[in-house]
Design a binder for this molecule. Structure first.
Ligand code: SAM
Ligand code: SF4
Length: 450
């Protein structure tokens, strides 16, 4: 904080993906030099709603929260600034202020590095401001270097936007064209995160494995090379990356899962459907066999790799046979974790206008059938860990007094009945019990050296 900055208070509500969580942290970093400190909503001079446009009813959720905030703002005689950020802000822009005139600022997902100027403009002109421009430069590299610690597990955005244009998805419209940050900026941010206490870094991007960034020597690196360079950072114990696209899983990246000892044996690789006809209409640019081939190569490179994926059921025109192909792919692959959704129409995307929309009841039935199998696979994967020993990165306390909690290499939450474990330390544990969403363990090694 600068010496002249007076104390102001801020609350950021975050919806959506890890990229939004990262963005919210960076917005707080931008505002900290102005004196903004984070507090609960009811105590905040400024409230930012960082929105997500992926799910249905994103705008209804936003306007209902804005209604609640209007009452709070009125009870303070108007002395409160309300900002809407993120993908709904990007998509709806001026519409938001037209429907909710008590909103002071609409800031798109690419413009939040300009928050200090935008706030100054509102204060000077006493009118609402909208900024949904896409800047020419990479927004991440326009942000302050000073970052709050994220704790032992940190996110680092290396890529943003998407050029794939899957026919169901709003991301290319709300996050813009695919862009990769330069390697030097990523390495510098990673070193700062490690200096601030991070032991695990998860690289983020809407299409993270499409990353191809400028190297310090002017050449271009791929993600495998970036992961190798990051693995050289002392004090950093673990690396992950998410979310990947099957088309961009190249041989070098698959080999990293064998060769890079810090890369964790877990990969989130959305496939969406097991039907080639549906994948083609989704414009996924891959078929089910490419996914099968990648899974085979990943398992050959790293036999214990745990796989996660995203699925959409009830995409327009999906037949019973198409859905059966998805079920078949799920059964033969075996997932440790998965996210599955009913197709929902996103205005402005090609599939939203398709004539052959699927009945809600059919979507519901298919989702239940798919989720039952995915749940069994997740529970089976967790049960298979009982009796195994592996390293856990501890992050804090467990839900009950006297417990510490952390993450397994396969991303599961792990809990031990020992309150004295220092967050940020790695310990070898033995798994003694599996629950649907977590594992119980006992400590078998006090602490592993960094
Ligand atoms: N970039 C990733 C990829 O290539 O798959 C994921 C992007 S999106 C933020 C996360 C997930 O939301 C997608 O993988 C998809 O399963 C789901 N999703 C996106 N749009 C959807 C829609 N219109 N209806 C249902 N699910 C959707
Ligand atoms: Fe959306 Fe992912 Fe497809 Fe890009 S690749 S359009 S982010 S689902």
């Amino acid at each position: 904080m600068t010496e002249t900055a007076s104390r102001r208070t801020l609350h950021i509500t975050t919806w959506g993906c890890q990229m939004n969580v990262y963005d919210s942290g960076r917005m707080a970093d931008v505002l900290r030099p102005l004196g903004y400190q984070q507090v609960a909503t009811q105590d905040a001079d400024m409230v930012i709603l960082n929105t997500c446009h992926i799910r249905e009813r994103a705008s209804e959720k936003l306007f209902s929260e804005l209604g609640r905030l209007r009452a709070l703002k009125e009870s303070r005689g108007g002395a409160m600034m309300i900002a809407v950020a993120g993908c709904v802000a990007q998509a709806e822009g001026a519409e938001i202020i037209a429907r909710a005139p008590h909103v002071d600022l609409v800031v798109g997902s690419q413009a939040y590095y300009r928050l200090p100027e935008l706030i100054a403009e509102i204060e000077a002109k006493r009118r609402a401001v909208i900024d949904t421009d896409f800047p020419a430069a990479q927004k991440f590299d326009l942000l302050p270097e000073d970052q709050a610690s994220q704790g032992p597990i940190a996110f680092l955005a290396i890529q943003e936007g998407c050029d794939k244009f899957c026919t169901f998805c709003v991301v290319p419209y709300t996050r813009g064209a695919e862009a990769s940050r330069p390697a030097a900026a990523i390495l510098a941010e990673a070193r700062r995160l490690v200096a601030g206490g991070a032991r695990e870094i998860a690289l983020l991007g809407q299409n993270v494995n499409a990353w191809h960034g400028k190297a310090p020597d002017g050449s271009t690196w791929n993600l495998a090379r970036l992961l190798a360079e990051l693995a050289d950072i002392d004090g950093l114990a673990r690396l992950r990356y998410t979310t990947s696209h099957p088309r961009d899983m190249d041989a070098a990246l698959i080999a990293s899962h064998r060769d890079n000892p810090k890369l964790m044996p877990f990969l989130h690789l959305p496939v969406q459907s097991g039907s080639d006809a549906v994948l083609a209409r989704m414009n996924r640019r891959h078929d089910a066999d490419l996914f099968r081939r990648i899974v085979g190569e990943l398992r050959a490179a790293r036999p214990d790799i745990a796989l996660s994926s995203d699925f959409i059921v009830g995409f327009p025109g999906e037949t019973d046979a198409d859905f059966a192909a998805t079920m078949q792919l799920v059964r033969e692959t075996g997932f440790a974790l998965a996210y599955s959704f009913k197709y929902s129409r996103r205005p402005g995307t090609p599939a939203a206008d398709a004539a052959d929309q699927i009945d809600e009841a059919v979507k519901d039935a298919r989702l239940q059938e798919l989720q039952a199998v995915l749940r069994d696979q997740q529970h089976g994967f967790n049960r298979a860990q009982v009796g195994r020993s592996f390293e856990v990165l501890f992050t804090g306390t467990g839900r009950h007094p006297g417990q510490s909690a952390g993450r397994s290499p396969y991303l599961q939450p792990v809990v031990v009945n020992d309150a004295d474990i220092v967050p940020g330390t790695l310990h070898t544990v033995k798994i003694v019990q599996s629950n649907p969403n977590s594992l119980m363990a006992s400590l078998i090694q006090e602490q592993i050296a960094a």
